[in-house]
Design a protein around this ligand. Structure first.
Ligand SMILES: NC(=O)c1ccc[n+]([C@@H]2O[C@H](COP(=O)([O-])OP(=O)(O)OC[C@H]3O[C@@H](n4cnc5c(N)ncnc54)[C@H](O)[C@@H]3O)[C@@H](O)[C@H]2O)c1
Ligand SMILES: O=P(O)(O)OC[C@H](O)CO
Length: 341
């Protein structure tokens, strides 16, 4: 029997945004006792008192066993698992404030999908560094999990990845319920790269949609996006099969095709001719992670020698002012090549 044969019962979710809140509901509906940390006391108070989070998930009702506080120390006391549900580029700053409060034996779980600007670290690497624990102990949850669908109990699957399989299984048990089906995986690198890269590909699909392009273009971007993320994964030691799973193809299809995706929506605005500033203003504080990750993933790809033309194009559109139409023309104008070599 593994070290985590016993069930995780008390879970803390740090971050009461869209996914942190929906994930707390998943845990609560799986019979776990959940305390959320919210940055704003008003959000914590609403979750405690009314079991709703109208700012992030209007229409969703949280189970009675989910409560919230804006006091991180109180939220973390006695936690057997700590779920990090803040955006990827702010994870380091947030965790720096929380690291001394983390219960020593708690399983650390990452929900964030991104690659850190500057360090080019995956989120589990950032967590391991700040929490001073081996990276093999960090658990990553990824997959086609649009928060608004999960929050109203629509069926979905996910992947729970950890190098130490018994930790992944403990989180799998803690999140399995009648509408959420998590699979385990030990390929953390592949799962994290899939989650980060699909945001960038969703930007490109949104741009195509904004330009009025149809299903063939979407399928092309999804398929070639999958090819380039798998190339990056191969250079970084990921299992190629992971990209055919929930954290790869699964999340690509959901994010690239759903109007609920912030990344796709952001890209759509750029494709319709809005500037980056206009698209950012329209997002109203919601983070499209692909806008930062296209730069960090591009840099990571350059470092390891992986060809990622769609990611390169998204970086140039988002940060160098390249017109989305010109980006499309340049992608189509690349020299002819074999599909895989
Ligand atoms: N929303 C989804 O459907 C979804 C699904 C799966 C994974 N994710 C991933 O989960 C992570 C969190 O996403 P989310 O959708 O919950 O984000 P969100 O913007 O809805 O919420 C972010 C939360 O983090 C808090 N926060 C703390 N410091 C912050 C800072 N400096 N800047 C911004 N917010 C800060 C906010 O107060 C809020 O509670 C992201 O990495 C995202 O890619 C999101
Ligand atoms: O809204 P997005 O684009 O950040 O995507 C949300 C999730 O990652 C989908 O799985």
């Amino acid at each position: 029997m593994g070290a985590f044969a016993a069930d995780v019962q008390r879970v803390t979710v740090l971050g009461a945004g869209s996914w942190g809140t929906a994930f707390a509901k998943v845990l609560g509906d799986a019979g776990r006792d959940v305390t959320m940390w919210a940055r704003r006391e008003s959000v914590a108070e609403e979750i405690r008192g009314q079991h709703t989070n109208s700012a992030y998930l209007p229409g969703a009702r949280l189970p009675e066993r989910v409560t919230a506080t804006s006091d991180a120390a109180a939220a973390l006391e006695g936690a057997q698992a700590v779920v990090l549900g803040v955006p990827s580029q702010s994870l380091r700053a947030n965790l720096t404030g929380w690291r001394s409060l983390l219960p020593r034996e708690a399983i650390l779980v990452s929900l964030a999908k991104g690659v850190e600007l500057g360090t080019l670290k995956r989120m589990s690497e950032v967590i391991a560094e700040l929490a001073e624990v081996p990276p093999e102990e960090i658990v990553v949850v990824s997959g086609p999990n649009l928060a608004r669908e999960i929050a109203v109990g629509q069926p979905a699957a996910a992947v729970v990845a950890c190098a130490e399989h018994d930790r992944a299984q403990a989180v799998q048990r803690a999140t399995s319920n009648q509408y959420f089906r998590p699979y385990t995986n030990t390929d953390v690198v592949g799962c994290e790269l899939g989650g980060a890269c699909k945001n960038v590909i969703a930007l490109s699909c949104g741009m195509a949609a904004g330009m009025g392009l149809g299903a063939n273009t979407m399928a092309t971007l999804i398929t070639r996006g999958l090819a380039e993320m798998a190339r990056l994964g191969a250079k970084l030691g990921a299992d190629p099969l992971t990209f055919a799973g929930m954290a790869g193809l699964g999340d690509l299809v959901a994010t690239c095709s759903s109007p609920l995706s912030r990344n796709r929506t952001f890209g759509e605005r750029l494709g319709r001719g809005e500037t980056l500033a206009q698209a950012q203003a329209a997002a109203g504080g919601q983070v499209a992670e692909g806008v930062a990750s296209c730069s960090s993933i591009r840099e990571l790809a350059q470092r390891v020698g992986a060809d990622m033309p769609i990611t390169e194009a998204m970086h140039r559109v988002c940060h160098e002012g390249l017109d989305p139409r010109q980006a499309g023309a340049e992608l189509l104008g690349r020299s002819p090549k074999h599909e895989w070599r």
